[in-house]
Design a protein around this ligand. Sequence first.
Ligand code: ADP
Length: 265
Amino acid sequence: MNERNGAGAAPFYLPQADECAVFEAAHANGLPVLLKGPTGCGKTRFVSHMAARLGRRLYTVACHDDLAAADLIGRYLLKGGETIWVDGPLTRAVREGAICYLDEVVEARKDVTVVLHPLTDDRRILPIDRTGEELDAAPGFMLVASFNPGYQNILKTLKPSTRQRFLSVEFDFPKPDLEVKVVVQESGLGEEQVRALVRLAGKLRGLRGQDVEEGVSTRLVVYAATLIAQGMSVDRAVRAAMIEPLTDDEDVKRGLLDLVAAVFG
Ligand code: ADP
């Protein structure tokens, strides 16, 4: 779990549309928000930016297939011969009026969604069976979850009964002009070179669902630009950051490298 204090300057975030206004309205009304979109398109950055802007502490939980409700709520632990209750990140956020961000929520075990339900309707409560407590969420508490709908896993999709409890905001990779600004800011590389990388990213994304499962993320474009800014050759950096992460198939790789040559050749 990653914790960030809401105080201080908000991390850099360039809005794609009206997502900041939607998030602010949701926060003001105690409504949960689901961020939908491919990996590496800015969802996590958006949440840390908004938490800082709203002056709220942020608890981020990267969900995985072993994550159970107790990991979010808390558990009894043995400390110096004594058994003490230790709040999990969700419980802490509920008590403190903080923002709890469940990244890739579909990955978590099924009992997690059961815990979220009473928090995502107008009751805004968190029952803790183990201690017998029933917590009312403090003002300012907000539940945010992310979900990658393009990720093809039939067993892991969000049930309608859960989805319909969240406002949904759709994310995608930023439009080229916006992505150029993001990558320049994040990497320090000059705009002209960044434009070429973003053009390449657009072409690679055009292959989504054909040769490669997922298009190249903004995160990877930032990585490539960072390596180039630090002196690595464009060819090496692009291979390491924008080609190898997409596929292990040598034939497909060759095809992708042709695209690189077309953009940079
Ligand atoms: P996600 O949570 O969608 O997987 P992240 O929020 O971690 O993705 O984004 C990956 C990286 O892309 C960030 O660390 C940041 O460098 C960059 N990024 C993407 N979109 C934006 C944006 N709109 N403003 C600022 N940085 C962005």
